[in-house]
Design a protein around this ligand. Structure first.
Ligand code: ZN
Ligand code: ZN
Length: 380
């Protein structure tokens, strides 16, 4: 922090183009496993190439939970949240964006210059590897860190302008927020990574926001057998509403049930949306010879997956991951936003409820218990 004096009148909803430092409310974790609290945090004025975005809605994603429960290595104090929509409230010098522009936040903004960006794989950009990025400070002067460079469970964020994607005005904020993580990831896994074709069979293991978004994308891609799999029976109605043809409980009968629905072969595509060795192995076993397993869930680095060498050869399966839906958010979020505006994309089934920032800790508890799809914090 520069030590810039804060203006007491500065408001996160202000629209001064030059920008000033602001104090906003944000959901903060002070350590791994610590109680989540809404705190006042100080954000710097947007510098060159940066913007401040007033957040209108932000989803609570499983990766936020992984930041606070120790699955991912995070630095603290940490502002949570990385899936959000809002409006540009202030811009730094030289910004191409206009104040008032509605945007979706991008947690993997591409540098457009590294080897991966130049070969058209911006989701693997070498510049976006840190799970937490330092920026701003707490009200008591401790340097603050932001989840995936955003820290979007807050009244406002200050981010590089390449981390925001303009969208049309008037979209329902609680649905538009999901475009930046769950929907882009789920849709991209189907369209870009696995390239699911009409008539193919799909299994989706783990029915959180990403898994459910993936089911509707598989439906739209023309998959005719879509098996939705979870440990919680409570996900059945959500899965069927999202477009699954069957809901199956993840128990010892699972392989048999999947084979009964795929002429004894197994599915063409299995998507693992949990991020655990056990569910990756389950997805592997549900896939037909020559089929593909796509790992979408982000797991822990010490959770080792064990596969038989003969099985790898004999099954001829492909095992790969889908990072951010193998997508270019700058190109694909506007397409999804247009589909949402036209009604071709309906995300209502993904939104389990809207809550206030103060209620956000309860959404983390619900997520940990596997309840619902997405809980979305809305701010006015
Ligand atoms: Zn996420
Ligand atoms: Zn890059």
């Amino acid at each position: 922090m520069s030590g810039t004096e804060l203006s007491p009148a500065a408001s996160p909803g202000g629209t001064e183009p030059a920008g000033t430092p602001v104090t906003v409310r944000a959901l903060v974790a002070r350590g791994s496993g610590a109680e989540l609290r809404v705190e006042q945090v100080r954000l710097p004025a947007p510098g060159p190439g940066e913007v401040r975005v007033t957040i209108r809605a932000a989803g609570v994603c499983h990766s936020d939970l992984s930041m606070v429960n120790g699955t991912l290595a995070a630095r603290f104090p940490l502002v949570l949240g990385h899936e959000a929509t809002g409006v540009v409230a202030a811009v730094g010098p030289g910004s191409r964006l206009a104040v008032g522009t509605p945007v979706v936040l991008n947690w993997a903004p591409a540098c457009r210059a590294c080897w991966w960006c130049r070969r058209g794989e911006p989701w693997l950009c070498a510049a976006t590897t840190a799970p937490t990025v330092p920026r701003g400070e707490t009200d008591d002067g401790v340097p603050l860190h932001l989840t995936l460079g955003l820290g979007a469970l807050a009244e406002a964020v200050v981010v590089p302008e390449r981390a925001v994607i303009p969208i049309p005005a008037g979209l329902p904020p609680e649905q538009a927020a999901l475009l930046g993580c769950a929907v882009l990831t789920g849709v991209g896994a189907v369209r870009n990574t696995a390239r699911v074709a009409p008539g193919e069979s799909v299994a989706v293991v783990g029915l959180g926001g990403v898994g459910l978004a993936l089911i509707s994308a598989a439906r739209r891609a023309g998959a005719t057998t879509i098996l939705a799999i979870d440990v919680a029976e409570a996900k059945r109605d959500l899965a069927l509403a999202a477009g699954a043809t069957d809901f199956l409980l993840s128990d010892d009968r699972l392989s048999k049930e999947v084979r009964a629905r795929t002429e004894s072969r197994g599915v063409d595509h299995a998507f693992e949306c949990v991020g655990r060795a056990a569910t990756i192995r389950a997805a592997w076993r549900l896939t037909r010879r020559g089929g593909a397993v796509t790992v979408v869930g982000m797991g822990a680095k010490d959770d080792m997956v064990s596969l038989g060498a003969l099985d790898i050869f004999h099954s001829a399966r492909t095992l790969r991951s889908s990072v951010y839906g193998s997508s270019d958010p700058d190109r694909e979020v506007p397409v999804l936003a247009a589909e949402l505006a036209e009604g071709a994309l309906d995300l209502r089934v993904l939104v389990s409820g809207t809550i206030s920032l103060e209620e956000a800790p309860t959404a983390f508890d619900r997520l940990a218990r596997g309840e619902g799809a997405r809980w979305v914090v809305t701010l006015d």
